[in-house]
Design a binder for this molecule. Structure first.
Ligand code: F6P
Length: 579
């Protein structure tokens, strides 16, 4: 079997050596491996040093100063955080948190977010919009209309999203108003160098312009290298966590005028929270076991939480669709109050369809009557016990899990917690914050640290559940959706890795799979990548089918029959490849 050539591959698309056998690990083993991988955020990977190093600290201090200048006069300025998929969702969360922060200090909110695909993309995958640099620039222009001083933080973990490239490029040609910041996790020379449709630059071209701007302080590239993702390319995981840490640190440092030493201490606090989370190995492993059983038996997983906790659940759930080719119904999240607490750009969009009905009330109306013994309910925060109809849930025989935050204590299990199969008690001592933070900053930071703890747990649960369902081979998500240009190329890489076939052969097998044809027509073969992506919409198991086509030389129909007999893709491929 051919091995992937890794030499020139961006770090964020490489396979992490620590996780090669994650697909055959026990739930406990999965938690241990994920922890080892997350440690690289702080300790570094290979020659890189992780986030708490001099170069990153220097840049954070400088960028925070630029943000502080904007905050001096919020009516004429804006801090815009923008990105695609998870990066856009984290932009939304950060803007929401720090606008509330400003409001509670009697100041005008001036954080804005932009997400490709607009607010529908906050909870559902809308990847095609990521490929459009012109739309990105237009969305930015509209957002900052009338402003005279703007910091634009463009988040793209892989230094790859055309949507963000267009925005940075816009900033570079409007330097009197905009200071662009590129946030991502590849070395600059590994930025994507593939033609962008209807545009005359690649992402790498924009990075080169950014490098020049950085020399004169007119822009910044904040790109710590934190090593490959535990599941290859799944930037919702380590990159998402690091995005959160950096966006939150930049914002609070600007608001509270933190020194470099305090910023370093904040990074250390995030690291300590990460350690505390993974100390809960046994309870996390038990939840993964339950979650895996649910998905394997056709059940569902529901995350229920208040405020940022609920949002973390919704975000984790939404990412499983493009990552694992999961159905939108497999894992869903709900937040108390729904859109009334969101502060999102487009307001209530629940009329867009059932998957935009996101409140606990919607859960009780739409989902609760259908809950059965195969389903798993995860309450995020002990306060949820009094907010859900526990009696109905218990009588449905579903499994229930509760995540709690008990500062400095051993959890004392009280009456209602007896209903729960597992309690994840996220004990953590936040007293270090007493020395550095004002009361308001302390309250905000504790909540943010708890939210990232929730992220780590839920990412572990949904990743572990899909591994147990057989969606991962080695550390590759083999059933990835082919829904934008980046994912089209990633799909080709996966087909090549597992089939060992030539570039042309892999490309042909991908087309055969997309068009469900043993001999795609001339028009299909010569169509653009964008057309292939559109054609792939709604087609099941495109990548696994293409791998099997390349490996077995069978017809599309024969492969389809194989997959009907054995739906667990990992087992099918192992049979063919002896991996
Ligand atoms: O294309 C889908 C996706 O991979 C999401 O899973 C991810 O969150 C998003 O793209 C953003 O990627 P990046 O931050 O590298 O631009």
């Amino acid at each position: 079997m051919a091995r992937f050539v890794q030499g020139g591959q961006p770090v964020t698309e490489q396979s992490n050596e620590l996780t090669t056998d994650i697909d055959t690990a026990s739930p406990r083993g999965i938690v241990k491996i994920l922890h080892a991988c997350d440690k690289e955020i702080f300790k570094g990977w290979k020659d890189s040093k992780g986030i708490n190093n001099d170069v990153i600290l220097d840049k954070v201090v400088k960028i925070a100063l630029k943000i502080k200048e904007v905050l001096k006069d919020p009516s004429s300025g804006a801090v815009v955080i923008t990105g695609c998929g998870t990066s856009g969702r984290l932009a939304f969360l950060t803007a929401r948190t720090f606008n509330r922060y400003l409001t509670s200090r009697g100041k005008e909110p001036c954080f804005q977010y932009i997400i490709s695909g607009e607010d529908k993309a906050l909870f559902t995958s809308q990847e095609l919009a990521e490929d459009d640099p012109i739309f990105g620039a237009q969305a930015l222009e509209k957002t900052i209309q009338g402003k005279s001083k703007v910091v634009v933080i463009g988040v793209t973990c892989g230094l790859s999203a055309p949507f963000v490239a267009g925005q940075l490029d816009y900033c570079l040609s409007h330097r009197d108003v905009c200071t662009p910041v590129l946030l991502g996790f590849n070395p600059s020379h590994m930025a994507r160098n593939i033609d962008i449709q209807n545009w005359n630059k690649t992402f790498l071209d924009v990075v080169k312009q950014m490098e020049k701007a950085e020399k004169s302080g007119a822009g910044f590239i904040l790109n710590p290298v934190i090593g490959p993702e535990p599941i290859t390319g799944s930037s919702r995981m380590k990159s998402g966590s690091t995005t959160r840490i950096l966006l939150e640190t930049l914002s609070i440092a600007a608001l509270e005028d933190y020194s470099r030493a305090t910023i370093s201490l904040l990074f250390k606090m995030y690291e300590d929270v990460c350690t505390s989370v993974y100390k809960q190995t046994e309870s996390m492993a038990s939840v993964i076991q339950l979650a895996g059983e649910s998905l394997r038996s056709g059940g569902h997983i529901y995350y229920l939480g208040c405020d940022g906790f609920g949002l973390m659940g919704m975000i984790d759930a939404s990412e499983c669709v493009p990552t694992y080719g999961a159905s939108v119904d497999d894992i869903r999240g709900f937040v108390e109050g729904g859109f009334s607490v969101l502060c999102n750009n487009d307001g209530d969009i629940s009329n867009e369809g059932p998957y935009y009905r996101i409140s606990l009330k919607d859960f009780e109306k739409d989902i609760l009557p259908l809950i059965g013994h195969n389903d798993l309910i995860v309450l995020i925060g002990k306060e949820m016990i009094n907010k859900v109809d526990l009696a109905s849930l218990a009588s449905s025989q579903c499994k229930m899990v509760c995540m709690c935050f008990q500062p400095n204590s051993t959890l004392c299990v009280q009456e209602p917690l007896e209903n729960f199969a597992v309690v994840v008690d996220l004990k953590h001592d936040f007293s270090t914050l007493d020395t550095v933070a004002s009361d308001l900053a302390k309250v905000t930071m504790i909540r943010l640290l708890q939210e990232i703890a929730v992220k780590w747990v839920l990412n572990g649960v949904s990743t572990g559940a899909h591994i147990l369902k057989g969606k991962v081979l080695n550390n590759m998500m083999i059933d990835v959706k082919v829904s934008n240009n980046k994912l089209f190329h990633r799909a080709l890489g996966i087909i090549q890795k597992y089939s060992g076939a030539s570039d042309d052969e892999c490309h042909l097998c991908l087309l055969k799979s997309i068009y469900n044809s043993d001999s795609p027509s001339e028009a299909q073969r010569s169509a653009s990548i964008e057309d292939h992506i559109k054609a792939a919409f709604g087609v099941e198991k495109v990548v696994p089918k293409a791998i099997l086509l390349a490996l077995s030389k069978s017809t599309v129909d024969q492969v389809r029959q194989m997959m009907e007999k054995q739906p667990i893709v990992r087992k099918l491929l192992m049979r063919q490849t002896q991996v």
